[in-house]
Write a protein that binds this ligand. Structure first.
Ligand SMILES: [Zn+2]
Length: 451
């Protein structure tokens, strides 16, 4: 019991230590941000070279000196990691230190079907509470209060539960937000009713779910209490989703970018110009298909280096998201660099015979203007076998959408493609996990059969 309290006192002290001035960090002058970032790059690289098997081996085989990595810009001299290697041999990336041994293990939600195990050391997990101040600041401002009331629509993933349990046993401070949790499996009508009785300041959920929620509410004329803000995370908002919610409901839509591999990556400010990157906690590069850094403003894959975790150490790790870095600053005064909204996952691109490929945006272009369509999902089961799931307010609407969409999709996917369509209704419960409007399951099948 005493050790439990002692543990929580120590935990609280760690949080309090990191809490100081966190809200100001995103506003620091650039040289100060860069100095802290580069300091953490040097420390992380030195730690990795000394304690992490993969990096120890790499520096030794390359006869490279970790001290030559002086700044974030030098990280490009280290290899870009192979996600498959990290997944199949997680121990290669786990530090052989006491810090790492006491760490907590997390599994990614498995959007690619096969989970990946990542360890976080306890100290960085506690510091994470304090870093959250940066993200809470714009929300508190917009809501005009210190602890806004949240209605959180999601599923209690193992990560979510584990983090909450860890904080409860490690910290004395009442850091818990005012949060009402509701399952993603609840019909939309029920969530709308709960929203009306709870009257939250912020409605939080997955991008795909929020998009479907507001489109269904609009299509069915359901009266809802309007929260001061909508916050999506975990997956991209379907194209056009932000404009739909902001224009039809007058509610600003913000987002946060986080991943099991790096809990704090970026956050929207009140201007909603993109994600302000936590540059001192993780370094983000945008890498084009040729492996080089994309030109400023150019699109590419998000490649991340976590600068705070001392358990699983990942430098130059491709997250599987596409985005671009903005070349402009933000009117809010924060100096953290801006990342564009995510352009869907890389593996969402549909590969067709003959080396042809179709981007999710092409599919969206076909379907976006359909007045009867609430949401869609196109799944590629085999190279030429597709399933088109259509959410509409009712069955006649489904028939109309189907009649318009199928011929056009056939044109895009080619005459050999077999497209099977399915009526999803507006309130079909969704399986837990990330929603992707276009999903290819071909790569998964190959990966699964190999293990
Ligand atoms: Zn801003």
């Amino acid at each position: 019991m005493i050790s439990g309290i002692w543990n929580r006192l120590c935990g609280s002290a760690t949080v309090a230590f990191h809490l100081r001035g966190q809200r100001d960090v995103p506003y620091w002058a650039r040289p100060r941000v860069e100095a802290l970032r580069d300091h953490r790059v040097r420390r992380t690289v030195a730690y990795a070279a000394r304690n992490v098997p993969y990096y120890r081996e790499w520096f030794s085989s390359q006869k490279a000196d970790p001290r030559d990595i002086r700044s974030a810009a030098d990280l490009k001299h280290l290899p870009v990691l192979d996600r498959e290697l990290v997944r199949s041999q997680p121990r290669l990336f786990l530090a052989e230190t006491s810090q790492a041994r006491g760490g907590l293990s997390f599994l990614t939600s498995g959007s690619t079907g096969v989970p990946l195990e990542i360890f976080h050391d306890r100290r960085s997990l506690l510091a994470n509470i304090a870093f959250g101040e940066r993200e809470r600041d714009p929300v508190n401002r917009a809501c005009g209060k210190f602890r806004p009331k949240e209605l959180y629509v999601g599923y209690e993933s193992s990560t979510f539960k584990k983090v909450i349990a860890f904080y409860q046993e490690s910290v004395l401070l009442p850091v818990r937000p005012q949060r009402r949790f509701v399952s993603l499996q609840e019909p939309i009508e029920n969530v709308a009713a709960l929203n009306n009785t709870e009257r939250p300041d912020v409605l939080v959920g997955y991008g795909g779910w929020l998009d479907l929620f507001f489109r269904t509410v609009a299509a069915r004329g359901i009266e809802i209490h309007r929260p001061k803000m909508v916050m999506y995370m975990g997956e991209a908002l379907p194209h056009g989703g932000r404009a739909f919610i902001e224009q039809n409901f007058g509610i600003p839509v913000l987002s946060r970018y986080n991943a099991v591999e790096s809990f704090k990556i970026g956050f929207f400010c009140e201007h909603r110009t993109g994600f302000h990157l936590h540059e001192d906690l993780c370094h983000v590069r945008i890498v084009s298909p040729d492996g080089m850094d994309a030109f400023p403003g150019g699109q590419g894959e998000v490649v991340l280096s976590n600068l705070v975790n001392r358990a699983t150490v990942l430098l130059n790790y491709p997250l599987g998201d596409m985005a671009s870095l903005s070349t402009e600053g933000c009117a809010c005064g924060r100096t953290f660099r801006l990342l564009s909204e995510l352009e869907g996952r890389v593996e969402d691109i549909v590969a067709l015979p003959g080396g042809r490929s179709v981007h999710p945006r092409t599919i969206w272009e076909v379907l976006k203007a359909d007045p009867d369509l609430l949401q869609y999902q196109l799944i590629q089961h085999e190279t030429l076998r597709f399933e088109l799931r259509l959410s509409t307010a009712d069955e006649p609407a489904y028939q109309r959408v189907r009649g318009r969409a199928l011929p056009r999709l056939q044109g895009i996917l080619g005459p050999g493609a077999v497209i099977e369509s399915k009526y999803e209704g507006g309130i079909a419960p969704r399986p837990a996990g990330k929603f992707r409007a276009v999903q290819s399951r071909i790569g998964l099948r190959a990966e699964n059969s190999g293990t």
